[in-house]
Design a protein around this ligand. Structure first.
Ligand code: FA5
Length: 352
């Protein structure tokens, strides 16, 4: 028996006077409970309950009954209707809810156990080890009372050389292997070859006392090899105050190296030459095997540099230092070749 035939037979049962309405409603309920989809429920409802349907027809015949029987017949009919209606509602809820939920669940489904193939898996990004070293250095110096300054990567000869006591005839200009930019006067505009120009910019803009560090990219015509890159990073340090001496410089270097590497690492200063510091030194740090590694240059700020920035060298003194951040990261992670940092090999970079 199809659902539609079922609806017909129920309708006949109801239409046959008032006899058997309870049985008919029970049969309708059974059919509705068994209905497999919403369309079947709708077809049963239509046939049983609409205005020209059997319930309505049976009701119209109540008037022909004996008046004493009318109320009871009406009550039975209403109960049958109510029973069928609630069976329709229950069937609709059962099928409708299931249908709706199935669709919604399918659309919203998140498979938390799913594993993407390795090639398409999203991996978490990391901070590049040189950037991490820079952040760490900034933290250490900020903790020592320094503030962080930045300067432009394209500089004029004044900031990169002249104000730093390196006039154009000075042989030290040659040692910086400068990359010039083809703008304006020849050799007037360049990619900065060190972060020392930020010393000048800071002293021009600030009143002493000054305690700043200036990390950033620097550029030289150096050919890339295990210890050199043509674009590398330096951090500059500058302290200008009253009565600053070389001991303060040595103590500062000791303190930040200790903060970075731990107490076991020692530092030493070796006499050297930079036009912008006097006296000048190179500073080294000790390696576990007892050998020394050069980290950078430093010294007491040359009086000419102070004067170039409008600071009276009789009243103010200071020290400056500058060293390679990439070299520091190489040392920190015991890497053999500085070029690894720019090869962009994720297998290498994801180790840090
Ligand atoms: C200078 O650049 C000075 N401005 C440092 C200075 C600042 C001295 C303040 C005194 C006072 P130098 O050329 O030695 O100095 O470079 C400093 C450091 O930069 C080197 O010790 C090294 O760690 C790093 N460095 C230099 N060239 C390269 C390069 N091609 N690749 C990677 N690191 C480099």
């Amino acid at each position: 028996m199809t659902d539609e035939q079922g609806a017909d037979s129920i309708a006949e049962g109801l239409a046959d006077g008032m006899g058997g309405v309870e049985e008919t409603a029970a049969a309708a309920t059974t059919q509705l409970e068994a209905a497999a989809d919403l369309e079947t429920v709708a077809a049963l409802e239509r046939r049983l309950l609409n205005r020209s349907g059997p319930l309505a027809e049976a009701k119209s015949r109540i008037g022909a009954l004996d008046p004493a029987e009318r109320a009871a017949a009406g009550r039975r009919l209403n109960e049958a209707r109510a029973r069928i209606e609630s069976a329709v509602a229950a069937a609709r809820e059962r099928l409708g809810a299931a249908d709706d939920n199935d669709d919604r669940y399918a659309a919203e489904r998140l498979d938390l156990t799913e594993r993407l193939p390795r090639s398409t898996a999203l991996s978490r990004g990391r901070i590049h080890p040189v950037t991490a070293a820079r952040y760490r250095l900034e933290d250490v110096f900020v903790g020592m009372g320094y503030s962080v300054e930045e300067g432009p990567e394209v500089e004029s000869a004044w900031y990169n050389f002249e104000a730093l006591n390196i006039p154009d005839w000075h042989p030290a200009r040659g040692s910086f292997d400068t990359i010039f930019v083809n703008l304006g006067e020849p050799e007037e505009v360049m990619l900065r070859s060190h972060t020392s120009p930020v010393q000048i910019r800071t002293m021009e803009n600030r009143e002493p006392p000054i305690y700043v560090v200036a990390p950033g990219r620097t550029f030289r015509t150096d050919t890339a090899d295990a210890t050199h890159l043509p674009a590398f990073n330096q951090i500059e340090g500058l302290a200008i105050d009253r009565d600053i001496n070389l001991g303060d410089l040595a103590g500062t270097i000791n303190t930040f190296v200790g903060a970075l590497f731990g107490r076991d690492v020692e530092t030493r200063l070796r006499p050297s030459y930079f036009p912008f510091t006097e006296p000048s030194a190179e500073f080294d740090i000790s390696r576990p095997d007892g050998s020394w590694l050069e980290l950078g240059g430093c010294g007491m700020v040359h009086p000419n540099v102070l004067r170039n920035c409008g600071i009276d060298p009789e009243e103010w003194q200071g020290f400056a230092f500058g060293f390679g951040i990439d070299r520091l990261a190489v040392m920190r992670h015991e890497i053999d070749d500085i070029r690894e940092f720019v090869n962009n090999d994720v297998r290498f970079l994801s180790q840090f």
